[in-house]
Design a protein around this ligand. Structure first.
Ligand code: PRP
Ligand code: ZN
Ligand code: MG
Length: 222
């Protein structure tokens, strides 16, 4: 009987901010995902690699639990998922990928006067990143409240659900469309390749091949 082949499992975002660029990067590395994005798991014919398509928030857990060996995720999600948990102890950032750059910022309705952080004392801030926000508020000794929302955070202030928001800003178009102004940048983020610290020698060898190809792709793009 043939030995079970060692394959590297890669976690990618199924759809959203990172997915397009992540698929593109893997495809340039020779890992074409031959599926209509309907199947959530795809097998590469070219390398011993399987790709799992997940919600981005689940990528850190899948890697730290050993279901996947590496994954592509935003530093914002990685930090939010691992802050104050043991999950992060198993994980390491293998490579910064340089795409999907964005920042996590506090924004307030443009009518609201803002001079310093003091002005958000007692405010309710809607956010998908309550842990990063709370950490920032604690460090600055600001007493304000995070209200967790999974998305569409920018609609909260106009509906009276919150006084402001803390969310991802890229072009700034979403803020502007909702009459919000960025007042504090609290975290700068980009896509990274995250990996589990304890990987078998066989798996690490596959990872090295992929890293070499990514370096090649990035060098060619310069
Ligand atoms: C993200 C983020 C902001 C917006 C920022 O939302 O949460 O709302 O993009 O981009 P911009 O500055 O270029 O306008 P996303 O589209 O991922 O949707 P969601 O937050 O509702 O999940
Ligand atoms: Zn998400
Ligand atoms: Mg949003």
């Amino acid at each position: 009987m043939k030995n079970k082949e060692t394959r590297l499992n890669i976690a990618l975002q199924k759809s959203g901010r990172l997915s397009e660029k992540s698929f593109e990067l893997l495809s340039k590395c020779g890992l074409e995902l031959a599926q209509g994005k309907r199947s959530l798991i795809c097998r590469s014919q070219e390398l011993p690699v399987d790709v799992l398509l997940l919600r981005d928030d689940d990528v850190p857990t899948f890697v730290s639990e050993g279901v996947c060996d590496i994954g592509i995720v935003g530093q914002n999600v990685l930090l939010e998922e691992t802050l104050g948990t043991k999950e992060g102890e198993n994980l390491e950032t293998v490579m910064e990928l340089g795409f999907s750059g964005c920042r996590l910022s506090i924004a307030l309705p443009k009518e609201k006067e803002y001079n310093s952080l003091e002005d958000i004392k007692g405010c309710k801030l809607a956010t998908t990143y309550p842990k990063i926000l709370q950490n920032f508020l604690d460090k600055n000794k600001i007493n304000a409240m995070a209200v967790k929302m999974e998305g569409s955070v920018e609609i909260a202030p106009s509906l009276g659900l919150a006084d402001g928001i803390c969310d991802i800003v890229s072009s700034g178009a979403t803020l502007e469309a909702h009459g919000l102004v960025e007042v504090e940048k609290i975290f700068q983020s980009q896509a990274v390749l995250v990996g589990r610290k304890n990987m078998s020698v066989e798996k690490r060898a596959i990872l090295v091949t992929i890293l070499e190809r990514i370096k090649g792709v990035r060098a060619a793009a310069k």
